[in-house]
Ligand binder design. Structure first.
Ligand SMILES: *Cc1c(COP(=O)(O)O)cnc(C)c1O
Length: 603
């Protein structure tokens, strides 16, 4: 059963629950709520992305330490190297601390496009490796030559023979030094899970065995054997099992050894791509291996092949991105409204004489006790359905219907609190009928695109109230005008939240492990842009909020999609007095997210 929102499964000791608050398990252990309050006091409302560079640092150091221990244990002769694949998160607020944390390990970057390559050439630690994957044209190949001549340790990993021909061409046409060359191999074994198509014989990427032999001949013919340094494969993201990796390692390891024995004297590196999984579920573990097992399997397999074929034990490169970045970022969304808040008792306006079923509902409401809670709740739901039918047939009026809705909701609410349901089993049976809908100030399309696109789960936990039993089975709505902007209640994986009165207190939900892929995959549906973000760092036992970047203003968003903002302002000014236009202009310079539902009244 769902206990503490599954934090023991997905939390990795990065967060803890204490005195009902979700806290950062580091340094002075601040509550997430205190951080959110500090940001909001500076007038940044709406959804927030909290980034914790210390978690990225921990992931990098765990990766290196685990491999280095395993290398010692097996007396392995090759070295361990890693790069961060930029496509997983290219934002400067994330990348710059990552590069700094990686410096002492010689942690590098992987680029899959020209723009990403420019980031790598500009900011990578000078001796740390850069690998380049993806399809490349001549210009991109030329960029890699330029990076090499700046002194970078860069490897161009070719996806097809034409790319190798382009490298040879650029080599002949420029006087720049040649980057190292890697071959991405098209494995016969595929990956596992939803990303399986990244590997395998029908995958989008890589060279077949015939092409590998041709590539070798081509390199040899052009006297470029010295530049052939790496074999690469990537079997897919978020691998839940280690088995497909072992198969892939055997295959790639033998290709390495064969080429080595053919005469590829500088071929010393096997790049095993990314794919280390992250726990996203609050309900069950989905990663069936530890990092230690992963490292042991890689090292044992490569050692074994090297011995069998009589070649040197290769250096190992990894490109895991999700593992490094996911946990570092928490999305915090304010709850704007609980759907049932419209059903407060104060709105009940019973008539002198009410239709019998409404009278009956009122009696149920007055008489409900712990013993009758179950029965009355069911009766009220039945009555409600009958009353809706009566309304459709014209037998009761709108006031009656409103009274019926209020009474039914009040009965359900009272029943839930009377029942003091200890395990959620009971509540579960009723879930379908008594869900509460929470309206959240964010856009699923912008902030959880993988939920929208591939139904990726993310851990969800309120930041407060964690010492109280949550009693409402929750479905979550975002503020886009799109019916896909919803995380519906799922009775297989139920989410329970607290019954709060938002007129009296704020209630925030945290979405965890959102640091991988979501930031730049997110889209501006309804013109909701990237949320306000902040780096939370720790100095001398204190929390320091660094680099607050506010969500784009409305006028900037419009400029981004190529509106002429001058024209917009001129047209808006027509027929308005100066005062009104001043207010309008102030609104243009704010972001699209909601302040609160009733912000106009509050002012
Ligand atoms: C996407 C990608 C990665 C990163 O994968 P993760 O699952 O995030 O670790 C690594 N290498 C290549 C070639 C990729 O395309």
């Amino acid at each position: 059963m769902l206990d503490n929102y599954g934090i023991d499964i997905w939390g990795d000791n990065n967060f803890l629950i204490e005195n009902g608050l979700a806290k950062v398990n580091y340094d002075c252990k601040p509550s997430l709520m205190s951080i959110v309050q500090e940001v909001r006091e500076q007038d940044f409302k709406g959804p927030l992305l909290l980034r914790f560079p210390h978690i990225t640092k921990k992931q990098i150091s765990t990766l290196y330490k685990t491999f280095s221990n395993t290398i010692q244990e097996y007396n392995y002769k090759g070295s361990f190297n890693a790069v961060f694949p930029l496509k997983v998160n290219q934002l400067p607020t994330f990348i710059q601390p990552l590069i700094k944390s990686g410096e002492k390990f010689n942690y590098g970057l992987e680029a899959g496009s020209k723009a990403e390559l420019i980031i790598a050439m500009t900011y990578n630690n000078m001796n740390a490796p850069i690998t380049v994957n993806g399809f490349k044209d001549k210009e991109m190949v030329h960029l890699a030559f330029i990076a090499r001549s700046k002194g970078h340790n860069i490897t161009l990993i070719i996806e097809g023979l034409n790319e190798l021909e382009t490298i040879i061409e650029v080599q002949k046409q420029t006087s720049l030094p040649c980057p190292n060359i890697g071959l991405r191999v098209r494995l016969h074994s595929g990956g596992s899970g939803i990303w399986a198509k990244s590997g395998g014989i029908n995958s989008k990427f890589g060279l077949t065995s015939t092409e590998i032999l041709e590539a070798y001949e081509l390199v040899e013919k052009n006297n470029m054997i010295e530049f052939l340094t790496m074999i690469h494969f990537h079997i897919g993201s978020d691998m839940n099992s280690i088995k497909p990796l072992k198969k892939a390692l055997r295959e790639a390891g033998h290709i390495y050894a064969e080429l080595k024995n053919l005469g590829a004297s500088n071929l010393n590196n096997i790049n095993i791509g990314g794919g280390l999984a992250v726990e996203y579920s609050a309900y069950e573990r989905s990663r069936f291996y530890s990092l230690r097992e992963f490292a042991s399997d890689v090292i044992f397999t490569l050692k074994d092949i090297a011995k069998q074929k009589g070649v040197e034990e290769p250096n190992i490169f990894t490109e895991s991105g999700r593992f490094i970045s996911a946990a570092s970022t928490v999305l915090v969304t304010p709850v704007l409204e609980l759907f049932s808040s419209e059903y407060e008792l104060e709105h009940l306006k019973l008539k002198e004489i009410n239709p019998p079923l409404i009278h009956e509902l009122n009696e149920l409401f007055k008489d409900i006790t712990k013993r009758t809670a179950h029965e009355y709740m069911h009766d009220s739901i039945d009555h409600m359905e009958s009353l809706l039918t009566l309304f459709d047939l014209g037998y009761i009026d709108l006031q009656d219907r409103s009274n019926a809705e209020i009474l039914t909701h009040q009965i359900i609410k009272k029943a839930i609190s009377l029942l003091e349901i200890d395990d959620f089993q009971e509540l579960r049976k009723l879930d379908e009928n008594i869900q509460e809908k929470y309206l959240l100030n964010f856009s699923i399309f912008q902030s959880l695109p993988d939920y929208w696109g591939i139904k990726q789960e993310f851990p969800i936990m309120p930041l407060t109230h964690l010492d109280k039993k949550p009693t409402r089975s929750a479905s979550l709505w975002d503020i886009t005008c799109d019916s896909d902007g919803e995380l519906p209640f799922n009775s297989e994986k139920p989410l329970y939240l607290h019954d709060v009165n938002l007129n009296k207190e704020d209630y925030f939900l945290g979405f965890f492990n959102v640091g991988a892929y979501q930031d730049t995959l997110g889209m501006k549906h309804n013109l909701f842009s990237h949320p306000t973000e902040v780096n939370v760092v720790f100095k001398d036992g204190d929390v320091v909020l660094e680099k607050i970047i506010e969500s784009q203003t409305i006028i900037d968003i419009l400029e981004d999609i190529d509106y002429d903002t001058q024209d917009i302002k001129e047209k808006l000014k027509e027929n308005l007095d100066d005062n009104t236009f001043d207010i309008l202009e102030k609104y243009l310079n704010e972001n699209s997210y909601l302040k609160t539902i009733w912000s106009y009244n509050d002012e």
